[in-house]
Design a protein around this ligand. Structure first.
Ligand code: ATP
Length: 303
């Protein structure tokens, strides 16, 4: 990737004119966040703190409330005051200030198949109000950062699933966000495309210092790429830490337990930790988990 010219973060390029931005080491803070759709309590007293500069993984099965939590943080869903803050800005009271700091890649397709890669990214640059004189250069930088420079003039309809995900990443990066939020960025991709997406996320994070909040239910990706993870189940986080910490805590609990668990001194996996806190495996909730995964294939969404 050619990240040489990427602006470091939105604060460096646009600023918000508000001291709250730099007054906290917390990129995201949720305190007792609740969100219901009718009788369905999607998020149920969520406490979450994402540190500035980290890659934080929100893990959980279908229906755990990850997308709802993310949409509350992006201000797309309304929340009461003092529940959600982004770099110190209240998501209820300072919606626009929060939005200016965010890049968001939703689960649903956000690229237009009938436009070229460059046209798609340019559209986002306009929507996010990238200054006109900087626009062309910033679009090139974003495309280069995800290695789509050579394919920039092809229609997005001709892109592979992995390229589309990288295009969506470029769209989110063009406004130089301080916080990049990705909802299941690798769902439906093959293993090579999945690691390519992660490598680009990682490289951009290193080049710019931005914070990344990502949802996934791929435990192995979370272990490999996230600095810390939160295991989410039924609307709240049940365990939070580095994957090493979470596994070691479970190992320690097993050591001090009585019965068969005490005899098991193997190093637990993150899946074991999830099973311990949720009483079930990550793939077991909802029954249709695998169907959902396959119907969300990025490539078919474009066709
Ligand atoms: N627009 C909606 N209307 C009604 N119920 C909803 C809506 N969106 C989500 N829900 C419900 O809220 C709960 C949490 O859903 P959410 O999409 O946040 O979970 P998730 O962890 O992101 O799962 P997924 O990976 O399937 O998106 C689920 O029970 C879901 O059915």
């Amino acid at each position: 990737m050619t990240d040489r010219d990427l602006p470091t973060t939105a604060a460096d390029t646009t600023g918000t004119g508000d001291e709250a931005d730099n007054a906290t080491d917390e990129a995201v803070s949720c305190r007792g966040l609740d969100y219901s759709f009718g009788d369905t309590r999607a998020v149920d007293g969520l406490d979450l703190s994402v540190r500035t500069g980290e890659i934080f993984g929100l893990l959980g099965p279908n229906g755990a409330g990850k997308t709802t939590a993310i949409r509350c943080i992006t201000t797309l869903l309304p929340v009461p005051a003092d529940m959600v803050k982004v770099f110190g800005h209240d998501a209820a009271k300072e919606k626009m200030a929060v939005r200016r700091l965010l890049g968001y890649v939703p689960q649903q397709l956000s690229a237009d198949a009938a436009m070229t890669g460059r046209e798609n990214v340019t559209l986002f640059a306009r929507v996010f109000d990238v200054p006109r004189r900087e626009r062309a250069a910033r679009v090139e930088q974003a495309l280069d950062a995800v290695e789509l420079g050579a394919a920039a003039d092809r229609m997005a309809a001709t892109y592979s699933g992995g390229m589309i995900r990288r295009l969506e990443l470029a769209q989110a990066l063009v406004s130089a966000p301080r916080l990049l939020m990705l909802d299941e960025p690798t769902i439906g991709l093959d293993p090579i495309a999945r690691s390519s997406v992660w490598e680009h996320i990682n490289a951009v994070r290193e080049a710019t210092g931005m914070t990344v909040l990502v949802t996934t239910h791929y435990m192995e990706e979370a272990e490999q790429y996230c600095d810390r993870v939160g295991l989410m189940h039924q609307g709240r986080i049940h365990a939070l830490g580095t994957s090493d910490e979470l596994r070691e805590e479970l190992r320690e609990r097993r050591r001090t337990a009585s019965g068969p668990a005490a005899r098991d001194d193997s190093v637990p996996t993150l899946e074991d930790v999830f099973r311990e806190v949720a009483g079930q495996g990550l793939d077991e909730e909802g029954g249709d988990f695998r169907d959902v995964r396959s119907t969300r294939r990025t490539a078919s969404r474009v066709g």
